[in-house]
Design a protein around this ligand. Structure first.
Ligand code: NAP
Length: 252
């Protein structure tokens, strides 16, 4: 059995990753605030090996115990692989830093940066004695490499995740049982997150027109396509340890 922990599965990229991973020898834990009934129904023919975990990743003090709970029934010795996909994300607050409310900035950093870090940390600990493949994919963004006006929290959190990924990869060189980890840039996808960008006030986000044009000109990637690329990378023999891999580089 291979085990998958995927965050942000109620819609968008996470939903498609979970859907494409449904298989009889895959146990999938889907973490989001909202339960995904569609995924549950799809998994019904596959021995119900998909579990929706209703959890708010803003609740940082509960992250470790939540993951411990999921691992409680797992036999590490017979497991064939453990995979953590830190995909959940939020762009809000979309506004210049001086207009952003503290609570929204804190939530952004909690969900985009600290929750993936804590999940990775607990995942490494909980799987440490397993002798199978252990991989982490942190869904990042081009916004972690290129600054955008109005997205300061999001850009900062994604940049931090990229550096965190590099550090963990470096540490793993010292480990007897190393973890594998990379950061993945999914490109501009047609999801609720993009719809949220397009509904922003131009005073809060000066590049609004660029994103309206991307949608109008059919330039957004489908989550189905991006999920397929991510899963291929997840199982790749030549896993690019510690690197940031952009979806467009794999589509070329
Ligand atoms: P999306 O459609 O907005 O979905 C976001 C997911 O994250 C939802 O399932 C949501 O579930 C979950 N989430 C948000 N806040 C959460 C919280 N507090 N606790 C638990 N789950 C939470 O986003 P997407 O476009 O699929 O984005 C997926 C990933 O790709 C994100 O990391 C995003 O930063 C990255 N990305 C997206 C784009 C793009 O163009 N869409 C571009 C670059 C990078 P609930 O609301 O049910 O909790």
């Amino acid at each position: 059995m291979k085990y998958f922990i995927i965050t942000g599965t109620s819609r968008g990229l996470g939903e498609d990753v979970a859907r494409q991973l449904i298989a009889e020898d895959h146990q999938i834990f889907c973490i989001a605030r909202q339960q995904n009934q569609k995924l549950l129904e799809m998994a019904q023919n596959q021995a119900n090996r998909l579990i929706n975990v209703a959890f708010d990743l803003n609740e940082l003090t509960e992250v470790e115990s939540m993951l411990e709970g999921l691992f409680a029934g797992i036999d590490l010795e017979s497991a064939e692989g453990f995979y953590l996909i830190n995909n959940a994300g939020t762009l809000d607050p979309i506004k210049p830093v001086g207009k952003a409310e503290s609570a929204a900035v804190i939530r952004n950093i909690n969900v985009n940066q600290l929750a993936p870090m804590l999940l990775t940390s607990a995942f490494v600990r909980l799987t440490n004695t397993a002798r199978c493949q252990r991989r982490v994919v942190n869904v990042s963004s081009g916004a972690g490499r290129k600054p955008y006006e109005g997205w300061s929290s999001y850009c900062a959190a994604k940049a931090a995740i990229d550096m965190f990924t590099r550090c963990v990869a470096l540490e793993s060189k010292l480990e007897e049982n190393p973890i594998e980890i990379l950061a993945f840039g999914p490109g501009v996808m047609d999801t609720a997150m993009q719809a949220g960008i397009r509904s922003t006030n131009i005073d809060d986000f000066v590049q609004l027109q660029k994103f309206l044009d991307l949608k109008r000109n059919g330039k957004l990637l489908t989550t189905e396509l991006v999920a397929g690329v991510l899963i291929k990378l997840l199982f790749a023999d030549d896993f690019p340890q510690g690197e940031y891999i952009d979806v467009y580089s794999l589509m070329a």
